[in-house]
Ligand binder design. Structure first.
Ligand SMILES: O=C(O)CCC(=O)C(=O)O
Length: 207
């Protein structure tokens, strides 16, 4: 498996270069998806996303999962890692606490995805939450190069696309995991990107 840090250099944005810190001036929009599902879209939620990208790329225990495809087992087209609640203290615990306060839900752990280049991706899916928990909240923090986060209704319909840059936050909430699917599609060229997805104790261990 190639080392994530040996990948091609990224383009840094001005806001992405400094030390990671919450940007209190970020503007947010709630998008009602219907049937009790919603998205909060907060571009520029975190300043210094590129510095946090570098740290995550270097220090997280990245691995490559497998999935069944037809009659074969194939490697997932991205690296993944799981972080405990206290990783990268004080920054990540502080961000988790802020999200917990805002959404009145405890975020205990983080599931991280590493997209090494444009051929890494995640296919359409809804995150596996305990069946009884219809309403949930999953914040997704994007770090590093820009990628498109796509969201579409289950059973068909027009997809919405969010271009996520370093430090952008997208929160899927309410019934979104039941009514919609999401994906990060492949693209011809892409700088490396990491997403941190904040999870609660009741969430399944894998997205
Ligand atoms: O990388 C992203 O923005 C999405 C990650 C995702 O779909 C997941 O972890 O379930």
């Amino acid at each position: 498996m190639p080392s994530p840090t040996s990948l091609a250099p990224r383009q840094s944005t001005l806001a992405g270069c400094g030390a990671p810190a919450r940007n209190p001036g970020a503007t947010e929009a709630r998008i009602d998806l219907g049937e009790g599902a919603w998205i909060d879209w907060i571009p520029g939620w975190l300043d210094g996303g590129d510095a946090l990208f570098d740290r995550c790329a270097e220090e997280l225990p990245w691995g490559c999962g497998e999935r069944v495809m037809y009659d074969r087992i194939v490697a997932e087209p991205r690296l993944t890692a799981t972080l405990g609640a206290t990783a990268f203290a004080p920054l990540l615990p502080r961000l988790s606490a802020e999200l917990s306060g805002r959404y009145r839900r405890r975020f205990d752990w983080i599931f991280a995805n590493f997209y090494r280049d444009g051929s890494d991706s995640v296919a359409w899916h809804g995150d596996r939450i305990r069946r009884i928990e219809r309403h949930t909240v999953i914040p997704v923090l994007s770090l590093g190069g820009p990628r498109t986060f796509a969201l579409r209704p289950r059973g068909g319909g027009t997809a919405r696309r969010f271009d996520m840059y370093s430090g952008d936050l997208l929160v899927m909430g309410g019934a979104a995991q039941h009514t919609h699917e999401h994906a990060v599609p492949k693209r011809r060229h892409a700088q490396p990107r990491i997403s941190l997805t904040f999870r609660g104790a009741d969430d399944a261990r894998k997205g």
